[in-house]
Design a protein around this ligand. Structure first.
Ligand SMILES: *[C@@H]1O[C@H](CO)[C@@H](O)[C@H](O)[C@H]1NC(C)=O
Ligand SMILES: *[C@@H]1O[C@H](CO)[C@@H](O)[C@H](O)[C@H]1NC(C)=O
Ligand SMILES: *[C@@H]1O[C@H](CO)[C@@H](O)[C@H](O)[C@H]1NC(C)=O
Ligand SMILES: *[C@@H]1O[C@H](CO)[C@@H](O)[C@H](O)[C@H]1NC(C)=O
Ligand SMILES: *[C@@H]1O[C@H](CO)[C@@H](O)[C@H](O)[C@H]1NC(C)=O
Ligand SMILES: *[C@@H]1O[C@H](CO)[C@@H](O)[C@H](O)[C@H]1NC(C)=O
Ligand SMILES: *[C@@H]1O[C@H](CO)[C@@H](O)[C@H](O)[C@H]1NC(C)=O
Ligand SMILES: *[C@@H]1O[C@H](CO)[C@@H](O)[C@H](O)[C@H]1NC(C)=O
Ligand SMILES: *[C@@H]1O[C@H](CO)[C@@H](O)[C@H](O)[C@H]1NC(C)=O
Ligand SMILES: *[C@@H]1O[C@H](CO)[C@@H](O)[C@H](O)[C@H]1NC(C)=O
Ligand SMILES: *[C@@H]1O[C@H](CO)[C@@H](O)[C@H](O)[C@H]1NC(C)=O
Ligand SMILES: *[C@@H]1O[C@H](CO)[C@@H](O)[C@H](O)[C@H]1NC(C)=O
Ligand SMILES: [Ca+2]
Length: 584
């Protein structure tokens, strides 16, 4: 927490910096002189690589995570190499105009197998006066993704790329970026504070935790969304619905599962005390909704032709017929088995699934016009993990699930966990160094996320609580953890964004601002703001309850309360007894 004195000091620094204009300092000569000589053991920055160009009146449109903004900035790129390796790592920084700079740094992350957002995430910091950075991980350019470079040949992994993706590149980005920013803005006396932050979702969320778990001093705070942690389990888990369908011998038309989900949303909507089309309590939905109640309900989806662009001028189109039927017993059974999550053949829990109300995207079947039937569609999200990271063969997808059983899938999870434990698993539960350095985390996860289980974030949060506060009671340890590391589940929201299936649900759009206020002014948030970003209530501000408290609307849905309810809480507690080791 900062004193009034240091607030004034920071203001003084800002006004000094106003002496220079963007045009004065946004030159490659000035930026090159600001490039840190030896910021880190084993890293050499190439000062001759520095480029700089000023960009004026740049307009960034709104995203789920931040509002629209217009600003000027200095776009700087540079490269560095690892001593002893003939490699090149690129960094890009967007630095606010000196008059807009507010002594802040923001690291940004990636999505899927990308380690950056291809510049699209940088505005999220510049708009708050933060110099913002991204890395290419050394993969050969900002648009080259990790999965394109991981295998050097069949059987040969690029371990340098693996560690860069896992955590090293982000550490270097922050160390170099912060040193560069201080030097660029003349924050050179010992009292000059540069606040450092992070914001990222999905893989970017995993990248955020990778640093918080290792480097206590790197950032003052992090906004972490739906992190792709527990990689060993997370990646093959995408294949689970296909395996359920294959095992149960029923491949539901996509419309049938969509209908089951629509009926789930309709049935569970009011369990939270407010009829608004949003399932704010998927835990109550788990306790009280029976998928079998959808059996016999009619569904209909019109025929459609979708075109997938493979390459420039090369595309495939896929026509599906009209789907008209009623929800079958087999369809409901497949849905129920998916929702239950992966268990071994002897009934032990190996992993979890998404919450009821999340769409069944990973379960999508494909239409075979020759046989006029629906059949297995292996999602490459999971298939590529098995081929490239487990089998080490350079294929983008798995060709079959033949002979794969629930036990094989559990073995895949354990193999990936063990092989990548220190680099991709990203579930180290002891965050003491970060906590001791005063670090803060705002962790958010869509309650209807259809790509990373909401329960995954809950499980990690609870693992950290138990690891760090073993001698405190549940309430005391939850409170102690919430003092610096807060988890908010976002009702109705999908993966890192709001969902058109539950349009009255929002997504937290000003979380970085809330974090900044917490770090710099000591204003600890209670309820987190979320903004409705589509539908008829667009612009409405909602409030999110901090875990383990759950939303419950009272007074006929007009008033939000945040409650703790043991039975609901227990639906989020998992015993992964398929493994002999604890799974954090
Ligand atoms: C930093 O200080 C140098 C030397 O006084 C000055 O030329 C430069 O404009 C300053 N940079 C900023 C961003 O104010
Ligand atoms: C940026 O926009 C402002 C306001 O519209 C205008 O006054 C200014 O000239 C613009 N600057 C540049 C460099 O285009
Ligand atoms: C930033 O600089 C890089 C390298 O010169 C360039 O490729 C990129 O287009 C620039 N971005 C903007 C917004 O100016
Ligand atoms: C599910 O609900 C959405 C509206 O939220 C609607 O567009 C869609 O057609 C429905 N699907 C089915 C199969 O009824
Ligand atoms: C749902 O129906 C199936 C038979 O179709 C049955 O095996 C299962 O136990 C039922 N589930 C519940 C929760 O009643
Ligand atoms: C769907 O099938 C039912 C029963 O066969 C029929 O009554 C209905 O008209 C069909 N709906 C459409 C839109 O084709
Ligand atoms: C790598 O292995 C796959 C699967 O066996 C094969 O299809 C591919 O051609 C191999 N690639 C090379 C470069 O040998
Ligand atoms: C992955 O491969 C399977 C089997 O060849 C195929 O059915 C599926 O469409 C593929 N998926 C993607 C996304 O390429
Ligand atoms: C599955 O197992 C059978 C029997 O062992 C074997 O003949 C077949 O080749 C296997 N299929 C695959 C894809 O491994
Ligand atoms: C823990 O806190 C909840 C409310 O947050 C309260 O209902 C419950 O009684 C508390 N339990 C204990 C043991 O203090
Ligand atoms: C959160 O919403 C309230 C209104 O409910 C508003 O006063 C406040 O400024 C918002 N905070 C942030 C950080 O957006
Ligand atoms: C409760 O709210 C609904 C709509 O949100 C309204 O139609 C109904 O009249 C309200 N009931 C009472 C008792 O106020
Ligand atoms: Ca509701």
């Amino acid at each position: 927490m900062r004193s009034k004195m240091s607030l004034l000091a920071a203001t003084a620094t800002v006004s000094l910096a106003q002496a220079a204009s963007l045009a004065d300092v946004c030159t490659s000569t000035y930026a090159s002189a600001a490039a840190p000589i030896s910021p880190l053991l084993g890293v050499t920055v190439d000062q001759s690589s520095v480029t700089a160009n000023a960009v004026y009146n740049y307009t960034s449109s709104e995203t789920a995570f931040w509002t629209a903004a217009t600003f000027d900035f200095c776009n700087v790129t540079l490269s560095y190499t690892h001593d002893g390796l003939d490699d090149t790592v690129l960094l890009e920084f967007w630095l606010p105009a000196p008059s807009d700079f507010q002594n802040r740094w923001l690291s940004t992350g990636g999505f899927g197998y990308a380690i950056n957002g291809n510049s699209a995430d940088l505005p999220g910091g510049v708009m708050y006066g933060a110099a913002s950075g991204q890395t290419d991980g050394g993969f050969g350019g900002f648009s080259v993704e990790f999965d394109d470079v991981y295998l050097l040949a069949n059987g040969t992994a690029d371990r340098e790329a693996l560690y860069m993706f896992g955590y090293q590149a982000h550490h270097e980005l922050s160390v170099i970026g912060k040193a560069f920013t201080k030097s660029f803005f003349n924050l050179t006396s010992s009292g000059d504070k540069l606040y450092a932050y992070y914001q990222g979702c999905s893989e970017g969320g995993r990248e955020g935790w990778s640093q918080v778990q290792r480097y206590g001093e790197e950032w003052d705070g992090a906004v972490i969304g739906a992190p792709a942690i527990r990689y060993g389990q997370q990646q093959p888990n995408h294949l689970f619905p296909g395996l359920v369908e294959q095992t149960m011998g029923y491949f539901p038309p996509p419309c049938e599962l969509e209908k089951i989900n629509n009926l789930t949303i309709a049935a569970c909507d009011e369990l939270d005390g407010k009829k608004d089309g949003v399932v704010s309590r998927t835990d109550l939905c788990k306790l009280h909704f029976d998928v079998n109640s959808t059996i016999g309900e009619p569904y209909y989806c019109a025929a459609e032709t979708t075109t997938t662009v493979l390459k420039k001028r090369l595309s495939t189109s896929n026509t599906t017929p009209a789907q008209n039927g009623t929800v079958s017993k087999a369809g409901a059974a497949v849905a129920a088995a998916i929702l239950d999550g992966l268990h071994t053949l002897d009934g032990k829990r190996a992993y979890i699934w998404y919450q009821p109300s999340a769409t069944f995207d990973d379960a999508a079947t494909q239409y075979n016009s020759e046989t006029d039937s629906w059949e297995l569609d292996i999602t490459s999200l999971g298939g590529e993990w098995v081929t490239k990271w487990l089998e080490l063969v350079d294929l983008d997808n798995l060709s079959t699930l033949d002979n794969v059983t629930y036990d094989v899938m559990k073995d895949w999870m354990e193999l990936g966990w063990q092989r990548y434990e220190d680099v991709l698993q990203t579930t180290w539960p002891d965050l003491t160094p970060f906590y001791s350095a005063g670090g803060k985390v705002l962790h958010v996860h869509g309650e209807s996320d259809p790509s990373i289980p909401t329960g995954s974030s809950v499980h990690y949060h609870e693992a950290v609580r138990q690891q760090m506060y073993p001698s405190l009671s549940f309430n005391e340890s939850s409170e102690a953890l919430n003092d610096w590391n807060r988890l908010y589940l976002v009702p109705g929201a999908a993966h890192c964004t709001y969902s058109s299936d539950q349009p009255n649900g929002g997504w937290p759009q000003t979380t970085l601002l809330t974090l900044i206020d917490w770090v710099e002014n000591g204003d600890k948030p209670d309820l987190l703001n979320a903004t409705v970003q589509e539908g008829s209530n667009i612009g409405q501000q909602q409030k999110l309850c901090p875990w383990p408290h759950r939303p419950l609307f009272v007074n006929n849905g007009t008033e939000l309360t945040c409650v703790f309810d043991e039975e609901s809480y227990q639906t989020w507690v998992y015993d992964f007894d398929a493994y002999n080791l604890p799974l954090y």
